[in-house]
Design a protein around this ligand. Structure first.
Ligand code: 6R9
Length: 649
């Protein structure tokens, strides 16, 4: 860990929405008087019927119930579109950058967004969709994905987006899981120069459909597709039958806005339910303050709308704030490893938000891909999804940000709706790898894992829980409130349990150490696997590393490391030795790897999360029952790892 801190420039501080003093003042107010605080900030969105009740929360296991602004009514699409029309109708709402850089980008104004969303909403209505009905969105990163989300919100339908990289099986399970009446998809989806056959996948997912699920198809490429009998519709044909008049439905603050199944890195996916009022307040406020978004800025979040990051920070947060949000159809390495930076230059991006896994991948390709481009419009950089190791952080800071752009390391979850802990660009001196401070209204506590006692002193380490609710919190698991309570409120009674471990340093700043199921115990010492990974990745020859525990006769658990080398590096026993010595030096002898397996690739979900469950099984030499691997981005990686496993006892 680094002791060095990186304060923001005085210029940034002077213009920031929130500086250090304001953070302290607002944070204190948000904790001391949540009702008063959220009564004020709840008004950042437009209400049809203003709320009079701010918060009604019960965290008692058995009776968990979470309500915010419960007697208010509003419409999310009206907040993201209509309320901006008078002042910024001709401003670009969405910049769309296609997969192929030689194709033309689109600039969609708020007026055009309004028309497109209203028409799509009317198409949905014509297909029999109304308030409370579920619509599955299985689309690539094209503007129609945003239109579909907002069209649902406009008529009060509940969307469930399924990432376009998911298999037909995973899609089918999610369609059935919420009894969707309609699936919207595209013919095929270009990505990184290749094409995914989305409509074919839908056909396969609905092969045994007895509920007559309808399918609406966007013509993206014009590729040949197979049609199911009477339940399939071209979007462009249906659009010809409707006009652009579609008044927004009045929704209660606690009506569901969307369902989103969490990535399958653990167990069966859960349908996380977010509601209308609190979620929008949270997404919009965190977007504005965490990224210090100002009018006229160009904001780019590289996530896919299939993940929560895309929901909150491509669509709902930015559009509720009247922002210009960039939507990118492609991948960071197509046509080459400079694509992100080419797009930043081309569209003069001011805030750029991506994942550590992308940063590490690009870092391994060398700096020349970044240095080719003019990145002088960048003001704030963000990361999300996993702990960022200091090396990647430093590279991001120096090579991409030129030491000039604060990095907001935002810790949050599908379940939390938006940012929970993050430095604020104008308020905090950042530390490489630290999520730093709670956002307003967030009351993190560190608990002793076995006793569940709150640890008040610092520095300390333990499990991360939240003492109280915040407006963007998930309300239930779709169709299974029991599971909601059990997953998040039963291990540590009276708290929301995030599933992550954390460290609070001597300054009171937070460092996420990874999922608590990734903590290993070596000779009685607790160790975050992320710590060992970070040490390994700090070695100049290592591109990526994943560390798990495996049963060890003497130590209880041994440290098993999967290591991907930088391109051009050769694996050897000498290098193994070198890495062992390196980790001993970086952390201490206790952290020295027992086994190091060379891994040409790591098993990842399509959202880029390493599937440790699989790595643990292989490390335990128990690879016969790997469980659900349907969410793997590239299943062949697993066979390779099994073949060359190190622990054959
Ligand atoms: C937004 C998102 C949530 C899990 C979370 C944690 C990890 C996310 C992080 C981070 C360290 C960060 N995580 N952000 N860990 N530092 N800045 O990623 O949601 O897909 O639900 O994942 O991701 O382990 O519990 P989701």
């Amino acid at each position: 860990m680094s002791d060095k801190t990186y304060p923001p420039s005085s210029e940034l501080v002077a213009n920031a929405h929130v500086d250090a003093a304001k953070y302290e003042e607002m944070y204190a107010a948000s904790i001391k008087d949540p009702e008063g605080f959220w009564n004020e900030h709840g008004k950042r969105v437009d209400w049809i019927k203003p709320f009079t009740k701010v918060k009604n929360v019960n965290y008692d296991f058995g009776n968990v119930s979470i309500k915010w602004f419960e007697d208010g009514s509003l419409n999310v699409a009206a907040n993201c579109i209509d309320r901006h029309l008078a002042t910024r109708g001709d401003q670009t709402a969405i910049i769309w950058e296609p997969d192929d850089p030689t194709d033309e980008a689109q600039h969609i104004t708020y007026n055009e967004l309004h028309e497109n969303v209203c028409k799509m909403a009317n198409v949905f209505k014509n297909l029999g969709i109304g308030k409370g009905d579920r619509v599955v969105i299985y689309l690539p990163m094209i503007p129609e994905a945003a239109y579909a989300m907002l069209a649902c919100a406009r008529i009060g339908a509940i969307h469930s987006i399924v990432f376009a990289g998911f298999s037909p099986d995973a899609l089918g399970a999610r369609i059935n899981g919420c009894d969707a009446k309609l699936v919207i998809t595209a013919d095929t989806a270009p990505r990184g120069g290749r094409r995914t056959k989305l409509k074919d996948n839908v056909n396969q997912a609905l092969l045994h459909d007895t509920d007559d699920v309808k399918c609406l198809v966007v013509k993206r490429t014009g590729d040949q597709i197979a049609w199911r009998s009477n339940d399939d519709y071209w979007l462009h044909e249906e659009l010809e039958k409707v006009d652009a008049d579609c008044p927004p439905a009045e929704m209660n603050a606690e009506d569901p806005l969307f369902i989103l199944y969490t990535s399958g890195s653990t167990g069966q996916p859960k349908g996380v339910v977010h509601t209308t009022g609190g979620y929008l307040v949270w997404a919009s406020m965190t977007h504005e303050i965490t990224f210090d978004y100002h009018d006229g800025d160009i904001f780019w979040c590289t996530a896919d709308v299939g993940w929560v990051t895309g929901h909150s920070y491509i669509v709902y947060g930015p559009l509720a704030n009247g922002a210009t949000t960039l939507m990118f159809e492609g991948v960071p390495t197509y046509p080459d490893a400079g694509r992100f930076w080419a797009v930043c230059e081309k569209h003069k991006v001011n805030q750029f938000y991506t994942a550590p896994t992308a940063i590490r991948a690009l870092m391994g390709q060398g700096t020349e891909f970044v240095e080719k481009y003019d990145l002088s419009d960048l003001k704030v950089l963000g990361t999300v999804g996993e702990p960022i190791n200091p090396e990647a952080w430093n590279w991001y800071n120096e090579v991409v940000g030129k030491g000039n752009c604060p990095i907001v390391d935002t810790w949050w979850q599908t379940e939390t709706g938006g940012h929970m802990m993050t430095p604020l660009p104008g308020a905090h001196a950042t530390k490489p790898g630290s999520a730093m401070k709670p956002f307003f209204g967030v009351e993190p506590v560190v608990l002793e894992p076995t006793s569940g006692e709150e640890i008040h002193e610092y520095p300390t380490e333990g499990v991360l829980c939240m003492k109280d609710s915040w407006p963007g919190q998930m309300r239930t698991v779709w169709g299974d409130h029991e599971r909601f309570q059990k997953t998040y409120f039963s291990d540590y009674k009276g708290y929301y349990f995030a599933g992550d471990g954390c460290r609070r340093d001597e300054d009171g700043d937070y460092w996420i150490t990874g999922r608590v199921d990734d903590v290993i115990n070596v000779s009685g010492h607790r160790m975050g696997t992320a710590e060992v990974e970070s040490a390994l990745v700090a070695h100049s020859k290592v591109a990526e590393a994943a560390v798990v525990g495996y049963p060890h006769d003497i130590k209880g658990q041994g440290i098993y490391c999967y290591v991907t080398l930088m391109s051009g590096e050769e694996p050897s026993d000498d290098l193994r030795k070198e890495l062992r010595t390196w980790v001993r030096q970086e952390i201490g002898p206790i952290a020295a790897p027992d086994l190091i397996q060379w891994a040409p690739g790591l098993p990842k979900t399509r959202s880029g999360k390493i599937m440790r469950r699989i790595l643990r099984k292989i490390a335990e030499n128990d690879y016969g029952s790997l469980g659900d691997t349907s969410t793997l981005a590239d299943p062949s990686v697993v066979d390779e790892l099994i073949e060359n496993r190190m622990n054959r006892d």
